[in-house]
Design a binder for this molecule. Structure first.
Ligand SMILES: NC(=O)c1ccc[n+]([C@@H]2O[C@H](COP(=O)([O-])OP(=O)(O)OC[C@H]3O[C@@H](n4cnc5c(N)ncnc54)[C@H](O)[C@@H]3O)[C@@H](O)[C@H]2O)c1
Ligand SMILES: O=C(O)C[C@H](O)C(=O)O
Ligand SMILES: [Mn+2]
Length: 547
């Protein structure tokens, strides 16, 4: 009896109606399923019919989560046949709505590990949570969040667990990461979200965020316990707050194989977007002037990776820095500002460079003063790339590169259709969420590249796992960005700056091979591997859904 329950209730083992009659007998499942034995494809088709009947995106997501919670193979087979359609449902933007409502609509813990600073703040308690949640599985990938800065929607406390589950789904759908080897983890250190603290339904710790040493000690216990419990594990940090994200990455990256998606994943995808745009415009990177709008975790992370590419392409660090400008709430960031974060300080400017520095307090004035050729929005401030800003930028460069990537959709700095219309189709655009093709006023149909880190982090993970990389180096990150080139036909009018999501599987493979080869060349693998073996190892590491 116990055995039977374990199998039908174990999403990693359950096949549902696809258990053959013989299996049903052997496993003690006689009479526990309707008589018809279905193939995986029949289950997929039937599930897809049900999916289509759901009235809203949230209802669609919840339906898919039911499949996810009962049968992972069915879920991933279904996902694999509808990647483009499902990405915005299981992931961004629908996931944002799901996170906001998580406690109100809670039905299932989704196989995550919940680690609370209140009652699990010890190595033993953390280890127990990790061991119980992994239930005997060998974990090779953890996505962890403390949910302080979820997408652009802010602090969502324990509700943020969804982003880890969603990111992991994309790992498997895009790059074939074995779903049995992954674990979503949420660190609940409290929340400063008053709405949650007041809500009777809220399921997390009901107090303000713990900060300072106590917070860092807790994170440290988690990292060390996770690393010792799962020694062959790649640790992905997601949506930590601006004051902590870079600190945590920098603290652990020379010791463990860790990755911060908002800093590094976003760095890769925007660098790839820029390289893709320059392939279309035939301009040189080192001729560009870069303006970051919203200099937080993602903004400064991206700037840093693009800056490295300037150096890669021959500029000295001092020369390269001259091409970068950061704007945040206060306007252009200057060195004498005592509120700058360490990441902002790197690119802050001298007031003496400008005639009227005190006037540079809004985006339009800064654009007028510096004439950027690349504008990247990570501000969470919707609609801030106005017609005036964009036309001012376009007046001084032939093909302005514009990336409004604040998520979800409602927070984007601009809509791609407007950007195209305001610039007569000249803007080279990448957005955070997917957009359908756009027919602009000039008659050309434009494809819009999706600059979401989801296009690259799965491939990076696959590469790391395939060769058991011991660190994730800047060189591996740069290789990932470069590997996205050559897929789009850049001669076609309206070509996108990035390859389409429909080719996610193909280019995740390219990313994985590039990352893994670089790790091998740098000697950053657990054992010695030949570069020639990398494609084979990547292929072997890819899991695919079948019974
Ligand atoms: N497309 C992607 O792959 C991707 C990846 C990471 C982050 N993002 C998006 O980027 C945004 C920022 O994320 P983050 O993690 O860096 O958050 P963050 O809080 O670290 O950074 C946001 C920054 O914007 C600044 N800001 C807020 N309002 C502003 C305004 N009106 N004008 C100028 N600056 C303003 C804040 O002061 C802060 O420095 C989010 O919407 C997130 O979804 C997208
Ligand atoms: O989750 C996403 O859609 C991308 C990114 O990591 C973000 O924080 O916005
Ligand atoms: Mn994120």
């Amino acid at each position: 009896m116990i055995n039977m329950n374990r199998i039908l209730n174990n999403p990693f083992k359950n096949k549902g109606t696809a258990f053959t009659l013989k299996e049903r007998q052997q496993l003690g499942l006689d009479g526990l399923l309707p008589p018809k034995v279905q193939t995986l494809q029949q289950q997929v088709d039937q599930a897809y019919q049900q999916y289509q009947s759901k009235p809203t995106n949230l209802a669609k997501r919840q339906f898919l989560m039911t499949i996810f919670n009962t049968n992972r193979i069915l879920f991933y087979k279904l996902f694999s046949q509808h990647v483009v359609e499902f990405m915005p449902i299981v992931y961004d933007p629908t996931i944002a709505e799901d996170i906001e409502k998580y406690s109100d609509i809670f039905t299932q813990p989704q196989g995550a590990a919940y680690i609370s600073i209140d009652n699990q703040n010890s190595t033993n308690a953390i280890k127990r949570a990790l061991v119980y949640a992994s239930d005997g599985r060998k974990i090779r990938l953890i996505v962890v969040t403390d949910a302080q800065e979820i997408l652009g929607i802010g602090d969502w406390g324990v509700n943020g667990v969804d982003i880890c589950v969603g990111k992991l789904m994309v790992y498997t759908a895009a790059a074939g990461i074995d779903p049995r080897e992954v674990l979503p983890v949420v660190l609940d250190v409290g929340t400063d979200n008053q709405k949650l603290l007041k809500s009777p339904n809220y399921l997390g710790n009901r107090h303000a965020r713990v900060t300072g040493d106590k917070y860092y000690d807790f994170v440290d216990k988690f990292v060390k316990t996770a690393e010792s419990t799962f020694p062959d594990m790649y640790l992905h940090f997601e949506d930590f707050g601006r004051d902590n994200a870079a600190n945590i990455l920098n603290k652990y990256r020379s010791q463990y194989t860790v990755f911060n998606d908002d800093i590094q994943g976003t760095g890769i995808i925007i660098l790839a977007s820029i390289l893709g745009a320059l392939n279309i415009s035939h301009e040189k990177l080192t001729d560009q002037r870069y303006l970051c709008f919203g200099a937080g975790t993602a903004g400064t992370g991206i700037a840093n990776h693009v800056y490295r590419e300037f150096i890669q392409q021959g500029l000295s660090p001092k020369e390269a820095k001259k091409h970068f400008y950061l704007v945040d709430k206060q306007g252009l960031l200057f060195k004498d500002d005592p509120t700058l974060t360490p990441q902002q300080k790197v690119f802050a400017r001298d007031k003496s460079e400008f005639d009227h520095p005190d006037r540079l307090t809004d985006l339009l004035s800064v654009v007028k003063a510096i004439h950027p050729t690349i504008l990247v929005g990570t501000s969470t401030a919707p609609g801030t790339f106005t017609k005036q800003v964009v036309q001012e930028m376009a007046a001084h460069t032939k093909r302005p590169i514009i990336c409004p990537i604040s998520n979800p959709t409602k927070l984007a700095e601009a809509k791609p259709k407007d950007l195209l219309n305001w610039t007569d189709g000249k803007a080279l655009i990448a957005t955070g969420v997917p957009y359908p093709d756009i027919k602009a006023n000039n008659g050309v149909t434009y494809q819009i590249g999706q600059a979401n880190n989801a296009l690259v982090y799965p491939g990076v993970g696959l590469g790391v796992l395939a060769v058991h990389a011991t660190r994730l180096s800047d060189e591996m990150i740069s290789a990932a960005a470069h590997s996205l080139g050559g897929i789009v036909d850049t001669t076609k009018p309206g070509a996108a700056v990035l390859p389409p999501v429909s080719k996610l599987n193909q280019f995740s493979n390219n990313v994985a091979i590039a990352v893994a080869k670089t790790a091998v060349k740098q000697g950053l693998t657990k054992s010695k591997i030949s570069v020639d073996d990398v494609p084979k190892l990547v292929k072997q590491t890819r899991w695919s859904p079948h019974y």
